[in-house]
Design a protein around this ligand. Structure first.
Ligand SMILES: [Zn+2]
Length: 340
């Protein structure tokens, strides 16, 4: 009986080698495994007539051969179907899909959040579709104020104008600051949000990210603002970087400052990238008394500072990336994104 199995295995192997078409494989399958008269089927069917002692050895061997033949036939079918070049081995482990990673802007947002949390700030989140009141009026920019022109705002086209004015897409993260001021001091918030402006060119995208920090308490001074900025810059950009504030004008802070970070390439000596040794990053200042009043906070008792700038710009500066077109950040081109 064992001898018979051996012969079957050998003849199958020889015929399988000659199989040159799917029809040949089908014939092969019928010859050996056919339900009515397959050669191996016959053997398996006759097992019940084999003496018990012999059956114990022959049974498993016959089943083993059946599996071998089935596998070989399946493999022949695949290789003949897709052509001779693809000798497909279905037992080879699969190819693992590549691991993705977070977008660089998401990474920057997490890092910025972490740094300010270490100083006791808490992250807040406010609507991206907001009222004119929070975007402008509460920030000391009444209707028709010319400073509004700097924000290329998307307004929602609706006749319903509520007590807080028209609805719009938040043009800056400072809208969240105005909302945060409705809470009672002490405040230490960090608002990181998507902002929308009608602008698109090599250095602007219509949707980008900003963050706004706000601290309101009793006896807050510019020294604390400077210290907070200094801590952030050294943590985010590296211990060798320095921060500089220059007088400026914003409607919602008084006094106001522009915030610069020392250039990492030339260390304030001046080079092609920075021109004068410093890179302009964002704005800051002491919260304007009118802004505190709009949030029903007594400016005689409380003072505070606010600061804010773009997440994308911060990250590009940190990585020393001088990319010619900022829109590449949002084009989902893996050749660019995979580098970070
Ligand atoms: Zn430089």
């Amino acid at each position: 009986m064992n001898h018979q199995l051996k012969q079957l295995a050998e003849s199958f192997a020889a015929e399988a080698q000659k199989a040159a078409s799917l029809d040949d494989v089908a014939r092969l399958e019928v010859t050996y495994l056919g339900r009515k008269a397959g050669k191996l089927t016959e053997v398996l069917r006759n097992l019940k007539n084999v003496p018990v002692a012999e059956r114990k050895a022959v049974g498993p061997a016959a089943n083993q051969l059946k599996q071998t033949i089935e596998k070989k036939i399946a493999r022949l079918r695949v290789s003949l179907a897709v052509g001779p070049a693809a000798d497909l081995d279905l037992t080879v482990p699969g190819i693992r899909p590549p691991d993705g990673h977070l977008h660089l802007v998401t990474k920057a947002i997490r890092e910025i959040t972490d740094i300010f949390q270490r100083l006791g700030f808490y992250r807040v989140s406010y609507p991206e579709v907001d009222w004119d009141w929070y975007a402008f009026e509460a920030l000391n920019m009444p209707p028709d104020h010319p400073a509004r022109d700097e924000w290329e705002t998307f307004f929602i086209d609706t006749k319903a104008v509520g007590p807080k004015g028209q609805r719009l897409f938040t043009p800056h993260s400072t809208s969240g600051t105005a909302r945060e001021l409705e809470q009672r001091p002490p405040l230490r918030s960090i608002n990181i949000t998507k902002c929308y402006r009608r602008q698109i060119d090599a250095s602007h995208v219509p949707m980008f990210h900003q963050f706004d920090g706000l601290l309101v308490d009793e006896n807050v001074t510019i020294a604390e603002l400077k210290g907070t900025l200094d801590y952030f810059f050294k943590q985010f950009f590296g211990p060798e970087r320095r921060v500089r504030i220059r007088p400026y004008h914003f409607q919602f802070t008084e006094p106001s400052f522009e915030v610069d970070v020392s250039c990492s390439i030339c260390n304030t000596k001046g080079c092609k990238v920075c021109k004068a040794g410093w890179l302009e990053l964002g704005g800051a200042g002491m919260v304007h008394p009118n802004v505190l009043k709009a949030g029903k906070i007594d400016p005689k008792k409380y003072s505070g500072f606010a600061f804010g700038w773009g997440v994308e710009r911060s990250y590009l500066m940190k990585a020393n990336l001088n990319i010619p077109d900022i829109r590449i950040l949002y084009q989902n081109d893996l050749r660019f994104l995979e580098q970070f």
